[in-house]
Design a protein around this ligand. Structure first.
Ligand SMILES: O=P(O)(O)OC[C@H]1O[C@H](OP(=O)(O)OP(=O)(O)O)[C@H](O)[C@@H]1O
Ligand code: HPA
Length: 181
């Protein structure tokens, strides 16, 4: 299925049923790993809002959650700087922390979030991302423990992810179709 957003064409690559199934499995893993603990889930806004909402419905252990809001992208072109629009508002010292991202692309946002979190001396930090672009990541991360789907280096929209502010509320995920020359 194809859609057009602001004159750009996208084709569906992952439907919401697949996303829900994957989230159920990740939820089981998290419930087991943190069974006797009390983790803090830190969502990275805006993109994580749908994933965080669906994921947290699968978490049945004691937990707390909070959000940071970062901005690093303008349309499909990457800006160098990661802007922190809303910072951390909780004390993470000695806490088990799970960072929740919609996508790890270059990894710049995740690096920024990890620096913020690690500055508070948590007991542990794990990363849970719905999407990972292994071919695009610019950093070495050793704690991306939960990945929904590994995808190619295509620009994607839907399920929280936007193109020029549009497409975030689509339940499925679409990738950009590059027109043939
Ligand atoms: O790995 P990276 O290359 O840093 O890209 C990943 C980040 O980019 C997007 O956020 P964005 O900064 O576009 O803000 P948004 O969540 O408000 O869309 C996405 O939600 C991730 O947080
Ligand atoms: O592929 C993407 N789509 C939307 N937002 C993003 N932020 C990083 N990568 C992407």
């Amino acid at each position: 299925m194809k859609i057009t957003i602001n004159h750009k064409e996208f084709e569906r690559i992952i439907d919401y049923n697949q996303i829900k199934k994957r989230i159920r499995l990740i939820g089981i893993q998290l419930n087991v790993t943190y069974e006797k603990q009390h983790p803090v889930f830190i969502g990275v806004l805006n993109g994580c809002f749908m994933f965080m909402a669906d994921l947290m419905k699968q978490i049945h252990i004691a937990n707390e959650l909070s959000f940071v809001k970062l901005s690093s992208y303008d349309g499909v072109s990457q800006r160098r700087q990661v802007d922190e629009l809303i910072g951390l508002d909780c004390d993470l010292a000695d806490r088990e922390v799970v960072i929740v991202e919609d996508i790890v692309d270059t990894g710049n946002s995740l690096k920024h979030t990890l620096d913020l979190v690690n500055a508070q001396n948590p007991a542990s930090v794990a990363v849970c991302t719905l999407l990972l672009k292994p071919k695009a990541v610019n950093h070495i991360f050793d704690n991306i423990a939960y990945v929904g789907f590994e995808i190619d280096n295509d620009f994607v929209v839907g399920y929280g992810l936007d193109y020029q502010g549009m497409g975030r509320t689509l339940p499925d995920i679409y990738r950009e179709v590059i027109p043939e020359k």
